[in-house]
Design a protein around this ligand. Structure first.
Ligand SMILES: [Fe+2]
Ligand SMILES: [Fe+2]
Length: 483
């Protein structure tokens, strides 16, 4: 292992950024630490702070063997600052500075833009922890309870990752932003989190799995775009965060797959052929497929809003400046300047949804969103629809149209059904419970949410996983509750 990326675990803050050689930064982070812990205890997972949880901790940034597993009380978790190894002679890959050496310090002319990008990304991390803080009370198993906490501690580590950049590179402004990241609060009326989807409630485990599938996947896309950044410390930070992000999406993807498996099995055993016969399905203690579709519609549409307006001068500026690239920018075969190319954007024109060629530089949000939609759609077919198909039901989950239930961008002013057919406001009101979860649907899901804390046991509505975490057996005690 190269010595400049070895992780130092001796101090208060594990890191591979040479914190010991930077006393000013170390003091700044150490003085932020107590407020962070207050935040974690007050707004992190409720009720399990003193229990031993079988968690993975990042101990290296090498692709092989970067994590170790062990029991830890969450407030004692070793949240660290970890950057992926530097790439020798890395050059800026796109925009007006293409080909220049990547920046190791903040370029003065882009300071405000860069700080904003880091702050917005940073704000989402503690937000999701806050959104999920009540879920431990209704965990469907110890396996799932542990997975929830794993996501929570890693999102909190992502907060550290962004706070490190703010404190190291942005002086007093950065310290203020770091404090604000602990001050804002998901769903708070006076001081909400910066982005809409991160102020929504995550009221039950179905919402948690949908969130980790759909909304953590937005995180993946954003991190990929920032991993391309010409500001090298941001690139390296995001590259390492992506390693953790994959597990969050796995939890969502496999969580929903297990719900579908359980529902399909129960319907088969009861001799139910019609997935829409929810009056017979629900008494089996499983979640009916139409409700699964409505929940997917909700989480997908809320997540699309995170990509911002389809046509965006902010996105163009960030690209031009070399701060935020496209998804897999370094694998795209074009000029990486986008000064004269176009990109097709779906827009609203005189009350109709049309496709229009737009200057590629202005359409970067749209492009990232398209990449996201393709990624989510392939996941749904590969992981979810296969289960329904194998069980022999004439039902497929699918993504709603991108114009459906939107609050930001081209389609904010209109309503459509999930196929993208325009609806009047009155029709929308009358029919929206066909497309989005109704109060009754949510009450049904809530009625199933009772905790199962016995090792190896699972709630009625979810199948056990195929394999355990860290190859542990099915009855492994992932969270020790009897301490
Ligand atoms: Fe994250
Ligand atoms: Fe995540």
């Amino acid at each position: 292992m190269a010595s400049d990326i070895a992780v130092d675990y001796d101090g208060l803050i594990p890191n591979n950024v040479g914190l010991n050689q930077d006393p000013r930064l170390r003091r700044a982070l150490e003085s932020w630490h107590p407020s962070y812990l207050d935040w974690w205890k007050g707004r992190g997972p409720e009720g399990f702070q003193d229990h031993l949880v079988y968690l993975r901790t990042a101990v290296s940034v090498e692709p092989e063997g970067w994590a170790k597993f062990g029991y830890v009380r969450m407030p004692d978790y070793r949240w660290g600052i970890l950057l992926a190894p530097p790439v020798a002679d890395r050059a800026i890959g796109f925009g007006a500075h293409q080909g220049e050496p990547a920046w190791q310090e903040v370029p003065g002319e882009y300071r405000a833009m860069l700080r904003r990008l880091i702050t917005v990304q940073g704000d989402t991390e503690p937000a999701s922890v806050e959104q999920q803080r009540q879920l431990g009370a209704t965990a469907p198993s110890l396996y799932d309870l542990r997975n929830l906490f794993q996501v929570n501690v890693e999102e909190a580590r992502h907060l550290w990752a962004m706070v490190y950049l703010l404190q190291k590179y942005f002086g007093r402004d950065g310290r203020e932003e770091a404090e604000d990241l602990l001050r804002r609060r998901s769903g708070d009326r006076d001081s909400p989190r910066l982005l809409g989807a991160f102020n929504e409630a995550t009221p039950d485990w179905l919402a948690f799995f949908m969130f980790t599938f759909f909304t953590d996947r937005d995180g993946k896309m954003q991190l990929h775009a920032l991993a391309q950044s010409g500001f090298d410390p941001l690139s390296r930070t995001c590259r390492f965060m992506l390693t953790e992000e994959a597990h969050h999406m796995f939890i969502g993807q496999s969580g929903i797959a297990r719900v579908l498996e359980r529902t399909c099995t129960a319907m088969r055993e009861a001799g139910i052929d019609d997935p829409y016969d929810i009056d017979r399905v629900r008494p089996l203690g499983v979640i009916d497929l139409p409700t699964m579709q409505k929940r997917a519609n909700l989480h997908f549409s809320l997540t699309l809003d995170l990509f911002g307006s389809e046509i965006s001068s902010n996105a163009a500026n960030a690209y031009n400046a070399g701060l935020k690239g496209r998804y897999l920018e370094d694998q795209i075969d074009d000029d990486h300047r986008l000064l004269d190319g176009t990109y097709p954007v779906i827009r609203l024109r005189e009350g109709r949804i049309v496709r229009e060629e737009v200057a590629a530089l202005s359409a970067l949000n749209m492009r990232l969103r398209d990449d996201y939609v393709a990624d989510a759609a392939s996941g749904i077919d590969r992981w979810w629809n296969r289960i329904i198909e194998r069980a022999g039901f004439d039902f497929r989950l699918k993504l709603p149209h991108v114009a459906f239930n939107r609050h930001i961008g081209e389609f904010a002013p209109i309503e459509t059904d999930p196929d993208g057919n325009l609806l009047s406001a009155a029709e929308w009101e009358r029919r929206k419970s066909e497309f989005l979860p109704s109060a009754a649907d949510n009450a049904f899901v809530a009625s199933l949410m009772r905790p199962v804390y016995e090792s190896g046991k699972f709630a009625s509505w979810i199948a056990p996983p195929r394999t355990g975490i860290d190859s542990k057996p099915g009855d492994f005690e992932y969270v020790k509750l009897a301490d």
